[in-house]
Ligand binder design. Structure first.
Ligand code: NAI
Length: 468
């Protein structure tokens, strides 16, 4: 690994390959590039210190360099053990801005949290002004850190952290007993990337425990209805193919959960010719799946027949060790939700009912005593980021344009503590920035239409409660 100055990446020698990938991505990220052009001269993030905790990918590199182009100083850690693209991380570290980045593909859990700590600890001892977070990882680290410093038990918030993260908190406390309260007090806000993180932020806010204002970028329409859906529609298949290259057409695939991610996954599997069964707990999403033409059923009914099982719920214990044991020979099991607890690989390991046979990185065959096996992708962690390279640039441009606008919003004024979303006009602006790249032409309301419908010519076009 290359540890030098103030970064930790796999291999700095990958920097020029990473730079070429970043240049290609820039072309496919018109939203971010337009924000650089439009806002660069104004420097809306001048001098702002941002700590980021989000997959260290080529697309994230374009985001990081956009924040810097708008004036920010950035420290960054990857938010997933297997999602880092080592060339992109090297390009950031060795690039013109010498960005302090911490992360590499194939980190242990301890290394992941230690990297998070490095991104949070600015060398002058003053913490970040803003956080850009994924799965609320950095936010939870700070909240648990403050609680441990005060001798409080943060578990009433209902949101835990792995032992490795708690160990990091204690390590920092030993060196600097006030690190966590001081750092949290300096944070002026966080913008959150994903559904699971937004859910945690709401839990913290409901418990009256949230320490700083938060913007849920996930809840911008141009994030969750695009990245979660169309991004997964692309990257699920990419992950499955790179992992196993097993033919999908004609197979029976089960998609657990039919939210935004589940909709994209089911759509992609059906487009490959798979027969798709959907499981849901929510009658509205179940009815949507049924009316979209999927068989809606329970896992138990189709488990033995399924060739592919994909979880997209964001919740724990969806596929248990007992389920895994019942599946057919060489069934493929993978997770698209944020947390690795959806498929109970740990339970399988602890129960000692199967032996793990590594096939290649991020692909394991778990062999049962009767000789049959199941293929588990990325140890139950996000398979599209572990087995492939995550979402393509264009869809990440919609997500990350929201991130940039959220960081500017958080910096431009003090907000009350709570969880909010970006105003609809900004959401519409993000969409507008991406139309030309697809050759899409927008119709403009006439003044007369605008007056009679009560809709401004320049938007917003829909009320906040509109569901798209
Ligand atoms: P969502 O809330 O729209 O959908 C989740 C669905 O799962 C809901 O409809 C819920 O009713 C259902 N569900 C919950 N428990 C279930 C169970 N035990 N069995 C069957 N269905 C169940 O959330 P969204 O936006 O679809 O995100 C899902 C997860 O994916 C989150 O953890 C999110 O952070 C993550 N995510 C992953 C991405 C990726 O690149 N792989 C991209 C975006 C989000």
């Amino acid at each position: 690994r290359s540890y030098r100055d103030d970064f930790a990446v796999a291999d700095l020698g990958l920097a020029s390959a990473g730079r070429r990938a970043i240049l290609l991505a820039e072309h496919e990220m018109p939203g971010l590039m337009a924000l650089r052009t439009e806002m660069g001269p104004r420097q809306p993030l001048a001098g702002v210190r941002i700590t980021g905790f989000l997959h260290l990918t080529v697309q994230t590199a374009v985001l990081v360099e956009t924040l810097i182009a708008l004036g920010a100083q950035v420290r960054w850690a990857g938010s997933h053990q297997d999602s880092a693209q080592d060339d992109a991380a090297a390009a950031l570290a060795a690039g013109p801005h010498r960005v302090p980045v911490f992360g590499w593909k194939g980190q242990s859990r301890r290394e992941l949290w230690s990297s998070a700590g490095s991104a949070l600890a600015w060398p002058d001892g003053r913490g970040p002004d803003l956080l850009l977070d994924d799965g609320a990882g950095m936010t939870l680290l700070l909240h648990h850190g403050v609680a441990r410093e005060k001798g409080e038990d943060p578990s009433p918030y209902g949101v835990g952290l792995p032992a490795e993260a708690l160990a990091l908190i204690d390590e920092f406390r030993e060196k600097d007993p006030a690190f966590w309260s001081r750092t949290a007090a300096a944070v002026r806000g966080v913008s959150e990337e994903t559904t699971t993180g937004a859910h945690y932020l709401h839990q913290l806010a409901d418990a009256g425990a949230l320490l700083f204002p938060a913007i849920s970028v996930n809840d911008s329409v141009t994030k969750s209805k695009f990245d979660n859906r169309y991004g997964c529609r692309h990257s699920l298949i990419d992950g499955l193919n790179r992992a196993t290259d097993a033919l999908i057409g004609g197979k029976l695939a089960i998609v657990c959960g039919y939210g935004d991610v589940g909709k994209g996954c089911a759509d992609a599997l059906r487009a490959q010719g798979a027969r798709v069964v959907v499981t849901e707990i929510d009658p509205i999403c179940a009815l949507q799946a049924a009316m979209d033409g999927y068989q809606v059923s329970v896992l138990d009914r189709f488990l033995e027949e399924a060739n592919i099982v994909v979880t997209t719920t964001g919740g724990p214990g969806v596929v248990t060790a007992a389920h895994l044991a019942r599946m057919r020979h060489q069934a493929i099991v993978g997770n698209m939700g944020h947390f690795d607890a959806e498929i109970d690989v740990t339970g399988l390991e602890q129960a000692g009912i199967a032996t793990r046979v590594p096939v290649k990185p991020q692909v394991d065959e778990w062999v049962f005593p009767d000789g049959h096996s199941v293929i588990v992708l990325s140890e139950g962690r996000l398979l599209n980021l572990g087995n492939a390279t995550g979402h393509p640039s264009f869809v990440m441009s919609t997500s990350f344009s929201n991130q940039v606008l959220a960081q500017i919003e958080l910096n431009s004024r003090d907000r009350p503590i709570g969880v909010s979303t970006l105003p609809k006009l900004l959401d519409e602006r993000v969409a507008r920035l991406h139309l030309a790249h697809l050759g899409a032409e927008l119709t403009t309301l006439t003044q007369e239409q605008s007056r009679r419908q009560g809709i401004p010519v320049a938007g917003p076009y829909k009320p906040d409660h509109y569901r798209y």
